[in-house]
Design a protein around this ligand. Structure first.
Ligand code: PNW
Length: 496
């Protein structure tokens, strides 16, 4: 008996020092486990029952070659018609919450509140009721990149008028669904549409305005978020009692070496990347990170601009925006290494030149099907600690984390990914004191992965995109995740 205990003790010690092994402690009983999706990636029904055209509809129909295999989201997983099957899958998983997004154009076909599409409203009402009937908490994102095309036609997110049009939309959905929905996220990962849409032109609206348009895109979105938050606060919180936040994504930026220069470069990079969106909202002082303000002002001047390319918040705006969150929502998938380098020469302005650091991934890290997604479980623990320390120990809810392959039902790599990332999250909680209250796996089911079409699979359920039925089939990882939700434990048996 003693020997076995001794043996077990050594074994446990061995496990805990061996990076990649799993913690055998339990997540708290009230920890939330769920899964996420987004409207354009799963719904289909792109013009069904009065839905208006979004920028993604316009993009895939006019520039089909911009998506791998010319795939599009016209039908996607057909969740517009098959949402009850999705709810059945969520029930099987035992999900505590389901994070999904609303299609703005399905509710407001013109983007403006002058015309409400009742079948669109009913679709979300029905989905929300089905979730509530099954004890699954809806976590609802207002904007997951599918801007109504008419709002793009007046300039999209570079037009400050969108602050008010987004606010109108937010007020409407709070009033329509707020009795049932208690967790709201205004925007999903604004950095992705602002960079990929306004700098790199690989997603809609396809602009090449790096160093200017992407900064304005972010500026408008941050203000729109704050306005929606204040509307909730002033008009809905007292009766609806929910909470509102914004989802911002980041990779962890690890200094490539111990040198002070690499450490400074890694810190600068996370401020330019995550801090760009997060600082104004989550930091007790608000505003953009000082390093961005200073560097962009200096470079703009040298470039001959009359003022900084980074828009300015007025002191009133800084006050109005800061603190507009009830909990912090974080998406994260991977890690980059960062090396210091000489500042880029003055010339063509860009966000990259403004930051002037080298970021890359280690070729030895395990891969996924997505070129950007290397498996680096320890990175999430470091990122959580960084967020905890920089933003005054907030409640952190992980709103996305996941792994892509090219389609396996026996998806052991996905199981390993979630297990190892969750183990590092648990260490951040138990050993470092970070306040993480939820974990949302991307994704419930395989879906339209933007520029990569249907080639990269993130789901716990496979979808047969060749079949008109969009047949769903459970993967091995779904049952592993189900077991975690049931037991709050990553291994066979956990310490009590
Ligand atoms: C997220 N990166 O995007 C999105 O919220 C989802 O819509 C998407 O399907 C999912 O992650 C998987 O890609 C990201 O390069 C895209 O670090 C790229 C990165 C992060 C998130």
């Amino acid at each position: 008996m003693r020997l076995t205990i001794l043996f077990n003790f050594c074994f446990v010690l061995l496990l805990s020092v061996n990076n990649g092994e799993l913690i055998n402690k339990k997540f708290p009983e009230d920890f939330f486990f769920g899964v996420a999706t987004a409207a354009y990636q799963i719904e289909g029904g792109w013009d069904a029952d009065g839905k208006g055209e979004s920028v993604w509809d316009r993009w895939v129909h006019t520039r089909p070659y911009m998506v791998l295999n010319q795939d599009n989201g016209d039908v996607a997983c057909d969740s517009y018609h098959k949402y009850l099957e999705d709810v059945e899958m969520l029930k099987h998983l035992g999900a505590n919450h389901y994070r999904f997004s609303l299609s703005w154009s399905r509710i407001l076909p013109t983007g403006y509140v002058n015309q409400v599409n009742q079948p669109g409203v009913d679709y979300y009402k029905n989905l929300i009721s089905a979730l509530k009937e099954n004890g699954i908490e809806p976590y609802v994102t207002l904007y997951h990149w599918d801007l109504p095309q008419p709002l793009q036609d007046i300039g999209g997110w570079t037009n400050p008028l969108l602050v008010d049009y987004f606010a109108d939309y937010a007020r409407l959905v709070f009033s329509l669904f707020g009795d049932e929905v208690k967790n709201w996220m205004t925007f999903n990962e604004p950095k992705q549409p602002c960079m990929n849409g306004y700098a790199y032109a690989i997603i809609p609206p396809g602009y090449v305005t790096n160093g200017i348009g992407n900064y304005w895109c972010a500026h408008t979105i941050i203000k729109a978020h704050a306005k929606a938050y204040h509307i909730y606060d002033e008009e809905f919180r007292a009766t609806q009692n929910g909470r509102v936040s914004i989802v911002i994504d980041s990779v962890w930026y690890e200094p490539a070496s111990d040198s002070d220069q690499d450490k400074e470069a890694a810190e600068r990079k996370i401020q330019f990347d995550y801090g760009w969106y997060a600082n104004a909202i989550y930091h007790p002082d608000g505003n953009y990170p000082q390093v961005m303000i200073d560097r962009i002002a200096e470079r703009s001047k040298k470039e001959g601009f009359s003022k900084s390319r980074l828009p300015e918040f007025t002191p009133e705006e800084i006050e109005y925006i800061k603190g507009t969150f009830d909990f912090l929502c974080l998406n994260t998938y991977t890690t980059n290494l960062v090396q210091w380098t000489e500042d880029a020469e003055i010339g063509f302005p860009s966000w990259e030149a403004d930051a002037s650091v080298v970021a890359y991934q280690d070729a030895s890290w395990n891969s996924s099907a997505s070129f950007w997604l290397k498996v680096v479980p320890w990175g999430i623990r470091k990122l959580l600690n960084w967020v905890d320390q920089n933003y005054d120990h907030p409640e952190i809810f992980i709103t996305e984390n996941g792994f892509s392959d090219t389609s396996e039902l026996d998806d052991q790599d996905r199981i390993n990914y979630h297990a190892e990332y969750l183990s590092n999250i648990l260490q951040a909680m138990l050993e470092d004191g970070v306040n993480v209250t939820g974990y949302t796996a991307w994704s419930l089911l395989d879906n339209f992965e933007w520029t990569m079409g249907y080639s990269q699979k993130f789901g716990f359920y496979q979808v047969d995109f060749d079949s008109p039925n969009r047949t769903r089939t459970i993967k091995k990882s779904a049952n592993y995740f189900k077991k975690i939700i049931e037991t709050k434990c990553l291994v066979d048996t956990c310490e009590d």
